[in-house]
Design a protein around this ligand. Structure first.
Ligand SMILES: Cc1ncc(COP(=O)(O)O)c(C=O)c1O
Length: 383
């Protein structure tokens, strides 16, 4: 018998994901696409869309997910702002196709890791340029690594990595990124005659979560940036890395009404989920209105409801004054566009609630790929 999902749960739709990736590929036909699995590793359960040639992996945990799912090692870009020798050695053992260095220390650890693992040949390394945050290294540090290239006998510096942040909806910001990258590449060419084999760029494209028409706004972002990026791809071997823009629209979060009460003119709805399971960028819950669908609509009438989660904190408000058809206890509410980051980035351990179930949907039907795991086992102290 087909299992039935139990709220709260996510459904990630692999067909929607494939269509979204194909849509991106059509706008950027010559640019290889890389999926940042931090946005949603559950999408790896099915074969990734063909247009995705590599995955970006940022931690030992993400690497072990890839190992368990037999992701081909040559398709892995092993990235991450904090690397230790043990995780570097594991990535080398697994055979990650490319590794990133985000600091001088990273380069030194990569060299040491390669030596300890006794590799034949050289590790392909891309150097991450900082955009003024903790990520990546300064241009000065990058140049100094080229100066010391002889110290890195096991490393082949094959390219540059750049990601300046997420939620970008303006072409001006992409222009600024490209200007920064061009400036650094020019210096590398002038001073070290270096030409990248790969320029790994994360544009951090925004996804519209709150203001309809959302699909149109998403399309505008890509349409306006595509000419610039396609031009840039003629100058450098550009590769395009993203999470949110690829995955957000392929997921839904289902939660159930458990209680309804009115206090001082506000109708509060208590849900079995909460803000620890839904993450629209920037923790803007309660200030914005996310796209919510009702599984059952009983009448045309609309009523203002304040939707609260189960976390016993006044911060746990998913939407204030959401205008919905009359609700009854047991009703299911569906939050759309949660395919990226919700299942991964929201503070899932708070109050030791169980994790939501995860279901995957595609041309094969729908199936459960993770149960509702307990978190109290993680939150209990070792005695
Ligand atoms: C290096 C790098 N690339 C790609 C991404 C994915 O970003 P987005 O989800 O905005 O596409 C991130 C997110 O933190 C990142 O750090």
């Amino acid at each position: 018998m087909q299992q039935k999902p139990e709220t709260p749960y996510y459904v990630f739709n692999t067909e929607d994901f494939r269509k979204r990736v194909e849509y991106i590929k059509a706008a950027l036909p010559e640019i290889p696409l890389v999926f940042s699995i931090k946005a949603n590793p559950f999408l790896l359960t099915q074969r990734l869309p063909e247009a995705i040639t590599k995955v970006e992996v940022c931690s030992p945990g993400e690497l072990s997910i890839c190992e368990r799912l037999s992701v081909p090692s040559e398709n892995i870009i092993y990235s991450g702002v904090m690397k230790e020798i043990t995780d570097i050695r594991e990535a080398i053992r697994y055979g990650a196709g490319i590794l990133t260095a985000e600091s001088i220390r990273h380069a030194e650890l990569l060299e040491k890791g390669a030596e300890c693992e006794n590799i034949s040949g050289k590790l392909k390394v891309i150097l991450r340029l900082s955009a003024g945050s903790q990520f990546g290294m300064s241009e000065e540090d990058m140049l100094s690594l080229f100066e010391r290239k002889a110290d890195f006998k096991h490393l082949d510096f094959v390219g540059v990595h750049y990601y300046s942040g997420t939620g970008k909806s303006k072409v001006k910001k992409i222009e600024k990124d490209l200007k920064q990258i061009r400036g650094t590449l020019l210096k590398l060419k002038d001073q070290y005659d270096f030409e990248p084999e790969i320029l790994e760029y994360g544009p951090g494209f925004a996804v519209e979560f709150f203001n309809p028409p959302m699909q149109e706004e998403d399309e505008r972002v890509l349409r306006e940036a595509a000419p610039l990026l396609n031009e840039f791809a003629k100058e450098v071997p550009l590769s395009f890395e993203m999470g949110r823009y690829m995955a957000a629209t392929c997921g839904e979060y289902h939660t159930r009404v458990c209680d309804i009460k009115s206090t001082e003119g506000v109708t509060y709805v208590l849900l079995d989920g909460g803000m620890h399971q839904v993450n629209y960028f920037g923790q803007m819950m309660a200030m914005k209105m996310p796209p919510i669908r009702q599984a059952i609509v009983r009448s045309e009438a609309r009523k203002a409801y304040t939707l609260c989660g189960s976390l016993c904190t006044t911060a746990d408000v998913l939407a204030r004054d959401a205008m919905l058809a009359p609700l009854e206890i047991g009703d299911e509410l569906v939050f759309e566009r949660v395919g990226a980051y919700s299942a991964m980035e929201a503070p899932a351990l708070f109050l030791s609630r169980r994790l939501p179930e995860i279901w995957i949907e595609g041309d094969f039907g729908i199936k459960k790929i993770r149960g509702s795991e307990p978190t109290d086992l993680i939150n209990v102290p070792d005695m």
